[in-house]
Design a binder for this molecule. Sequence first.
Ligand code: AHR
Length: 515
Amino acid sequence: MIKRTILAISVTTALAVCGSAFAQVAVTIDTAKPGPVIDKNVYGQFAEHLGTGIYEGMWVGPNSKIPNTKGWRNDVVGALKELRVPLVRWPGGCFADEYHWKDGIGPRNKRPVKVNTNWGNVTEDNAVGTHEFFDLAELLGSQVYINGNLGTGSVQEMSEWIEYMTSPSKSTLAEMRRKNGRDKPWKVDFFAVGNEMWGCGGNMNPEHYANLYKNTTTFIRAPQEYKPKIIASGGHTDDVKWADVLTREVKNDMAGVSFHYYTIPTGKWEVKGAATGFPESQWFSTMQNTLRMDKFIRDNKAVMDKNDPEKKVGLFVDEWGTWYDVEPGTNAGFLYQQNSLRDAVVAALNFNIFHEHADRVRMTNIAQMVNVLQAMILTDKTRMVLTPTYHAYKMYVPFQDATSLPVALENNTTYSAGSQSVPQVSASAARAKDGKVYLALVNTDPNKATEVTVNVGAAAAAKFTGQVLTAAKMDAHNTFDAPNAVKPASYSAQAAGGKLTVQLPAKSVIVGAVE
Ligand code: AHR
């Protein structure tokens, strides 16, 4: 039995581990039937005014002793550039639902000081505002995704923000932008009307929001070349009503509907589970809960396909990732958590799911970029460390704007805990912009390695060249004192006897070119 995705299939064969003989999972890549392009924005990031995600983690200010450019840390920006970050979402999250953009312009020492009521009740001095955010995007070479405030803001406030950023005119707002140091209008690539309107954005229902959305977009006016693609704030987890109502009620001015889903090991918000030192049962439940993303996307797509068969509207998963109990001794409102090999495996599983749904999933934003939830980078004053998730993002760079290719998995084995199981191997393939075919493989089983034979069409591939990410322990992670405990290693395999076999270690991610 062969199917296009591992999540729909699982031909379970007993994994016979006798000496070195593994059951062989067979992956066949069909280069003759290219699928949709995997939008590079699937590899988007999210930076919220939350904890040390922006302040300390990225922004230190131009007068800091920490080397910086226009206030942004050189070490962090340099590392992020390696990920070719395609876009950054800012300023939230729930923070966006209470953010007033005029607080963040003009001389920094004159900006109003507020309290970040969503995240830890700490002082928010508005040092990072619109101009600083565009500086960051420029340093990273990434597009911008600005999240508007519908919760406590107004249509007028959003309309004026857009005018401030994009107007080439001599209007008072455009002149204010010039006075604040930016002559040319900025291109705002994406703009969202609110965030989590079912929760921190205002606890409303989708019908009410749909009307507010239409009201807002009527007044978002920008010259064509600077005009943002507009995003409607959608649902989360298993709630498809938002995607349904929005794709029915809002026909124009909507590039995508957002969707949020977090992986919580226990599935319970009250006690989520620790980032490290967890039992194997929580490794398993983390894999299982991550794979639920596939069903949630399918369910959203089903209603969207009904209402929008031309697929004009994208499903933008603009918040996802692991959410654990905060690290002991840290501010509970800062959402600071360690990041282990488990997080890299979670990231890779999600990437493979997003690729599978590239027809609709045209943007995702992991939560969040630095020091918050499933971060790429952790910082401690002058020091920084790259997380296993960072390495997964880097390994998957060839998939940005690549053309997806169907993958069939035969004889996939399962990883089981009691009566429950998940597929052991997840696979995804694409033809990258360099012309090469790339294959990504993930082994969800923390105990068993497996072997994967790789075919391109009817023939065995000749060689595989890439990288493998794994470690001895399930919760292996990088620290400021041991920053390279988890990092990718080179991996290559040559065909032998007409067969190309990739050895997939337990709890691992492998990405490479197939020739
Ligand atoms: O990413 C952290 C928070 O999670 C965001 O602010 C909010 O939108 C979501 O609930």
